[in-house]
Design a protein. Structure first.
Length: 253
């Protein structure tokens, strides 16, 4: 097992994941600095205290997450923020987080990985968010029933799927935008997609999808965003010969 300097690893991740190339409401990159040598990296969707404790118990020096601790401007370090940051500092753990750049990354991102996992063809950018498209749309090899597609999502992503069944029963074209992206329902209908997939629902989505005549499938916010960090981990193992481990802590949403 190899060891790499933290700064070398952070510089590589910043460049590879294009963390400075788009606006975000989370601080992308190294959020909390720990030890300067890294041989094991933990991967997770969320920067929770339980994940921090597992990272330490697994003898990892860095945790790479999709959802970090610092959103917007951190004005105070109190309450749970103090407890979490204090734990990271005491255990000398690095926390590196990457949000929207990992959703939309063209090779390692959550959405391209979802599209490739389900073997969509004729891929095109889909899902505009603050002037940037962060998702992908494409076509299945052949039409599949709505229920069969739901079961395929559940067996592949290992989580429950909620369906708004207001479109065609036989599905060919699908759009993916991971996380909380229900606002893309309008774009999916405008583009004539058979099914739109995102992570979690809003109350108003039910009537909106029904009025637009669109199938919407909610894969679970968590389950729609595990593929990106896993892909980054595989790349780090190959490039730097360091060990990575995925910490699986699903949420209900």
């Amino acid at each position: 097992m190899s060891t790499i300097s933290r700064d070398t690893l952070v510089d590589y991740l910043n460049r590879r994941l294009l963390v400075h190339d788009m606006d975000d409401f989370m601080e992308n990159g190294l959020q909390v600095e720990g030890t300067d040598k890294v041989s094991r990296v933990a991967l997770a969707v969320d920067a929770s205290l339980s994940v921090f404790k597992k990272t330490f118990s697994l003898r990892c020096q860095m945790l790479l997450t999709h959802h970090g601790l610092i959103w917007g401007s951190l004005k105070t370090i109190t309450g749970l923020d103090k407890i979490k940051i204090e734990y990271l500092i005491k255990k000398d753990l690095n926390l590196y987080s990457v949000h929207l750049p990992l959703d939309c990354h063209p090779t390692l991102g959550n959405n391209i990985k979802l599209a490739k996992l389900f073997k969509l063809k004729n891929l095109r950018a889909f899902g505009e968010y603050v002037g940037t498209t962060i998702g992908y749309a494409g076509e299945l090899d052949k039409k599949i029933s709505r229920n069969a597609l739901k079961e395929k999502f559940e067996s592949t992503l290992h989580g429950p799927v909620t369906v708004l069944p207001f479109g065609v029963d036989r599905i060919k074209t699908i759009g993916f935008v991971s996380g909380a992206a229900s606002e893309a329902i309008h774009e999916a209908a405008r583009r004539g997609l058979d099914c739109f997939c995102t992570g979690e629902a809003r109350h108003q989505d039910h009537h909106l999808a029904m009025e637009l005549g669109l199938n919407v499938m909610y894969l679970g916010h968590y389950h729609s965003e595990t593929l990106g960090v896993k892909a980054v981990g595989k790349e780090l193992e190959k490039k730097f010969r360091i060990k990575t481990v995925f910490i699986d802590e699903p949420t209900i949403v």
